[in-house]
Design a protein around this ligand. Sequence first.
Ligand SMILES: [Zn+2]
Ligand SMILES: [Zn+2]
Length: 360
Amino acid sequence: MRLVALVLGLGGVVLLAIGVLATRIPSTGLYLFKRLATRRIARGRRHLADSDELAVLLCGTGSPLPDPSRAGPSALVAAGNRLFLVDAGTASVRNLLLWRVPLNQVQAVLVTHFHSDHIAELDEINLQTWVSGRDAPLRVCGPPGVDEVVTGFNQAFGQDAAYRSAHHGEDFLPPAAARMQAVTVAIPSESGTALVLQSEDLTITAIRVQHDPVEPAYGYRFDYKGRSVVISGDTIADKNLAHAARDADVLVHDALNPQMVAALGEAMTATGNLRPAKIMQDVPGYHASPIDAAEVANTAGARLLVFTHMVPMLPNAAAERLFLSGVSAVRPNGVKLGHDGLLIRLPAHSTAINTTTLRA
Ligand SMILES: [Zn+2]
Ligand SMILES: [Zn+2]
């Protein structure tokens, strides 16, 4: 035993000596650091979609409830090399950076509504797209009220932008491009939808959904070269959404499991956490359940339903199974639980739905 202990002890001393040498001899540490950094940087920016593909990348599938594995609600839609961010939830932009998404290709942010979990990182996507080379203000489209939100963010982060232009030079970070520009999308009361953008091959449509007392609240539909993606925003089961999502290839829908939220509320009450328990009582009233969303997808004839904005948090596979209980009876196929990094690619004029997961 003494011999084993001696050998192990000597091994530890040798490892320690190597560690000390690497840190004490800066040139050795820097050499290793530079080699690793070069390898990572050489991987370049991520290719999300071919020129004739529509794709959706879930960059945040969580909710206001803290979940270490899910950022706040956010999805990036790629129509070829044109990127559109739908909502900017907490930590979602950090995901985009970790996945090396080419943020210089972001054309606009589309906001579904102004709950904090959906707009928390507007400043961060503005900063990161500016740093990536955007040379004009970032367009932020949303329901009436978006101008007030954008004005507030511009004001709050105006000093930060000025510091950065002064530090790096106005040629590199032009002050005129530092700001966000609000684009109000109004849906007439007699209509359930409004056009946001129409070009030769891409149409973006805003869809009114029900998230009372948040009024108005929107979802968005993207049509590109015969393929389509619909993102619900926050809503209860909504007929207008089901109509507007007709024959969509992918419907990304928010979901709250009311039985699990009720159980969470009871646990909070039993342990004296009365304020969060009150919130657990209120939230089921303005989100669809997984079964509601499955019924909407069926009515729409959507080919793939992807759940996002999961409430409550789902820490393991057992919780995920519980979250989905009852869904298969309504919709046996074409259902997927979303996760951060899920990339769905839809090649033009085809029926293929190709999924992968991005990792840092
Ligand atoms: Zn909301
Ligand atoms: Zn939300």
